[in-house]
Design a protein around this ligand. Sequence first.
Ligand code: ZN
Length: 157
Amino acid sequence: MAIRSIVKKGDSVLEKHCRPVTEFNDRLHILLDDMTQTLLESGGVGLAAPQVGVLRQAVVVLETNVPEDGEEYVIELINPEIISEDGEQRGPEGCLSLPGQYGIVTRPNLVKVRAQDRNGNFFEVEGEALTARCFCHELDHLSGVLFPERAERMMTP
Ligand code: ZN
């Protein structure tokens, strides 16, 4: 595994639409392993492939809603789509590609995603609170959308 450098705002790769993943091969597995290591190293909760310069529909999200004696774990989402959402949460949001910037963004409080795993198998996963926010934020990256576009206001210049 290797840590990849995170693309910062201003790079046009962050504004492009990502193509679906069609080959669930070693190259994808290396990308996902590297993304996980990069995410954990950065202290963030989510990372999308375009943030490491790859225009493919792949994201990793850290599930932090675990029991007190449980361990946080990374969810890999390939070709993800939101199939249902419920409730609302309003709060600060940031992005590893926009270091030091935060804005107030309203997101659903509960989000269900259908995606493929690293071997191409379809599955569904639910995220709540921060994880729901993260699913929405990372899926936005796959459409070239950055959180300031969703923010009602920025808290930083
Ligand atoms: Zn982001």
